[in-house]
Design a binder for this molecule. Structure first.
Ligand SMILES: [Zn+2]
Length: 374
């Protein structure tokens, strides 16, 4: 059905207001749309976990820099005391699809961090990117077809060399690049050697785009830090992307898990056991068929959605098996023009009556208290 160019305004004003909490330990949904298509009512996928006066950022989709501001968070101490505004000290990237990293560059160039920021995420992808042989669809940049977080940051920063050096020369700014501490997660032998590495204790054949991720025990990527937060991770099923990660944050007050982009995945179920909140991606393939049906590669795209994402009738089962308290639907595809938040919740609920917890379809800037009131 054709949409009027003003339909998004009606959709937005009819939506409930974002949830607000007063808790010092809280989850903030900065952006709740999945994918990189332009949207009018949701920003790209990003989340903040606030613990007292600091914040952890989980993914950096389109709009995250603006959304940090709207959420009362900052990514620099450059202007002195931030007062009541928690500062981003750590960034976690679930994987390196554009809709999860697009505005990381905006945070760095715009906020110009002047204190250390740890950045955790995947190392170089390796096969099938480095082994792909198809004369009709050859890979770009065959010498380095899928760099890891370190490479992505280097490319981002070099692209803005003029801006960076203009600030250094003209304003005598200190260089923010030295503040970035990169931690790459990946397989032994595939990681950059000059960054902090977290090696996965598995081997896996990635001969083509359809590989299966094996069962993995959750592994610690950040031992308990000064704020009492421990971060563990697991591998998820999002081929051909590798590694694609889910993260769990255990805080002094409770726990939050982010599925990343994945099909329903036993590794996520294990990682999320007993968590207070599970933020899980969700797609309604039927609702996007009308938009993608004109593509010449329609069937391939449709199959790719099915093998790399979780459908709305599947997500409740994951939450039930994990025994989480609250299931938050986010990374919504389509992000608008299909279901209201209440309809997303009903679709998930009806398909998984065994899930006894709360189901909330996220909207941008929703806040959730972690654990009991404190
Ligand atoms: Zn995504």
């Amino acid at each position: 059905m054709a949409r009027d160019r003003h339909d998004w305004m009606h959709e937005l004003v009819q939506r409930r207001a974002p949830r607000r909490v007063e808790s010092d330990t809280r989850l903030v949904l900065l952006g709740t749309a999945g994918g990189s298509a332009a949207r009018s009512t949701r920003c790209g996928f990003a989340n903040a976990l606030v613990v007292g006066d600091i914040a952890y950022l989980i993914d950096c989709g389109e709009g995250v820099h603006t959304q940090l501001s709207r959420a009362g968070l900052v990514a620099t101490r450059r202007f002195g005391s931030t007062g009541a505004r928690p500062v981003v000290e750590t960034i976690f990237l679930t994987h390196l699809h554009a809709d999860h990293v697009m505005d990381l560059v905006n945070i760095l160039q715009g906020s110009w961090p002047n204190s250390e920021i740890d950045v955790y995420g995947p190392g170089p992808a390796g096969p099938p990117f480095t082994t792909h042989e198809d004369p009709l669809h050859p890979v770009r940049f065959p010498d380095d077809p899928a760099p890891g977080v370190k490479g992505v940051l280097d490319h981002f920063n070099r692209a803005f060399g003029m801006n960076i050096n203009a600030r250094i020369i003209g304003e005598r700014r200190s260089d923010f690049i030295d503040q970035l501490i990169v931690h790459e997660i990946g397989l032994k032998g595939e990681l950059d050697t000059d960054v902090n590495s977290i090696e996965l204790p598995i081997s896996i054949d990635r001969l083509g785009p359809d590989f299966e991720i094996p069962a993995v025990e959750p592994f610690v990527v950040r031992p308990e830090d000064a704020h009492g937060v421990t971060v563990t991770a697991t591998l998820v099923q999002h081929p051909p992307v590798f590694p694609a990660l889910a993260y769990r944050f255990d805080t002094p007050h409770g726990s939050v898990v982010f599925s990343g982009d994945t099909t329903p995945c036993d590794n996520v179920v294990q990682l999320a056991q007993g968590a207070d909140i599970l933020v899980h991606e969700v797609v309604d393939i039927e609702a996007i068929l009308g938009r993608i049906s004109l593509l010449s590669n329609f069937e391939i795209v449709r199959a790719q959605f099915a093998r790399a994402h979780t459908q709305v009738h599947e997500v409740g089962h994951v939450a039930a098996r994990a025994g989480v308290g609250t299931l938050v639907l986010s990374h919504l595809v389509p992000g608008e023009g299909s279901h209201t938040p209440e309809e997303w919740e009903a679709l998930a609920r009806e398909a998984a009556p065994e899930f006894q917890g709360e189901i909330v379809c996220g909207i941008d800037l929703d806040e959730f208290a972690i654990g009991a009131a404190h």
